[in-house]
Design a protein around this ligand. Structure first.
Ligand SMILES: [Zn+2]
Ligand SMILES: [Zn+2]
Length: 211
């Protein structure tokens, strides 16, 4: 069974998701936003092994906890990110713009590709390429669990900003319409900031992108 532990951490109140197959105890962290030791403790308490870190995109507030998690793990977790965001990752996630200097942790070695399937125990995650907030932004969809980890693409009643380097409004709208609004209505959307929502709710009420 897919188990999800959510955290809201750091200077931008960014959601991190510790996700595990409760049978095999294999775990990943989707966007280890900040305070990695807290995420690590939550995994250890449950007997889960964090093998991977998956990044929706490389902004500093989504990866700021990676260094602390990796420092405590042997072997090191494997990091996955879309190659279009590697430049941003190397630039510390753009943190210097906001006065933050993060420990970025291990170098990404798995390149996200649209349509790629990732396994966690018996669960399958589908990578969907969703540029707009950054040029390499991706979301992770688990059809069997009716859940989508959507980073800073869409939020409850809002959407990701496009005024930072690499942002593109038209691309963001296209990504939402083609990759979010095409998912089943009952799909839970777990975003990078704010509360959980659903595809149905956003198609009806999102004031920025109508369906
Ligand atoms: Zn972001
Ligand atoms: Zn963010």
């Amino acid at each position: 069974m897919l188990e999800i532990v959510s955290f809201t951490l750091g200077p931008a109140q960014t959601n991190a998701y510790l996700v595990a197959d409760s049978e095999t105890k294999e775990a990943v962290v989707i966007d280890p936003s900040w305070d990695g030791q807290l995420i690590l403790e939550a995994a250890q308490k449950r007997g889960w092994r964090i093998g991977h870190l998956w990044y929706t995109h490389a902004h500093f507030d989504h990866i700021g906890g990676a260094g602390a998690i990796a420092d405590a793990l042997n072997p090191l977790p494997l990091v996955a990110l879309h190659p279009n965001d590697h430049v941003l990752w190397r630039a510390g996630g753009g943190g210097s713009l906001f006065g933050f200097d993060i420990d970025p942790g291990p170098e990404p070695t798995i390149d996200f590709v649209h349509g790629m399937k990732l396994r966690l125990g018996s669960m399958e995650f589908e990578v969907r390429f969703t540029p707009g907030h950054t040029t390499g932004h991706c979301i992770l969809y688990v059809a069997s669990a009716h859940v989508c980890f959507c980073g800073d693409l869409i939020f409850a009643g809002s959407v990701g900003r496009t005024d930072l380097p690499g942002g593109n409004w038209d691309a963001l709208v296209k990504s939402i319409k083609e990759q979010i609004y095409t998912l089943p209505d009952n799909t839970r959307l777990l975003s990078g900031h704010g509360l959980e929502t659903t595809v149905h709710e956003e198609k009806l009420n999102n004031p920025f992108v109508s369906s």
